[in-house]
Design a binder for this molecule. Structure first.
Ligand code: HEC
Length: 111
């Protein structure tokens, strides 16, 4: 009985994060870690740990970067829209937020 309650609470907390960080972990290792690093500090891509401005962006903006790719003077990220479906892109972002950021909820921009 208690186990079921905990499972239900866990499911709710995951759902409210928009994506499932546990599912995102394997996707991150496969598709993202080569550039962003297993530690999120990115030998090539964005450094999610030290550059707080990255994860301060709203989900919609980061999901768009993941889907469409992003190229700047720092390097190029390929688009993942054809590789990962919408759910998987949300999962992998949830993993990044949970692991390298300050938690599942999008951090509101601070003044
Ligand atoms: C080929 C290297 C490469 C791969 C693979 C890659 N990225 Fe990136 N990513 C980059 C680079 C380079 C940037 C930074 C571009 C810039 O300077 O804004 C970036 C930026 C980002 C950003 C920040 C975008 C923003 O708007 O600030 C996110 C989020 C991100 N990547 C997620 C992912 C995810 C999720 C994956 C795996 C599905 C992934 N990346 C795979 C190179 C890569």
């Amino acid at each position: 009985m208690q186990t079921m309650t905990l499972a239900a609470l866990w499911a709710i907390s995951i759902a409210s994060a928009g994506g499932d960080a546990a599912d995102g972990a394997a996707l991150y290792t496969t598709y993202c870690a080569a550039c962003h690093g297993v530690d999120g500090r990115g030998p090539v891509g964005a450094n999610f740990v030290e550059d707080k401005t990255r994860l301060a962006k709203p989900d919609a903006e980061l999901l768009a970067s993941i889907a469409e790719g992003k190229t700047t003077e720092r390097g190029a990220m390929p688009p993942f829209a054809a590789v990962l479906d919408e759910r998987q892109r949300a999962d992998v972002l949830a993993y990044i937020r949970a692991t390298f950021g300050e938690g599942p909820s999008p951090a509101p921009p601070r003044p």
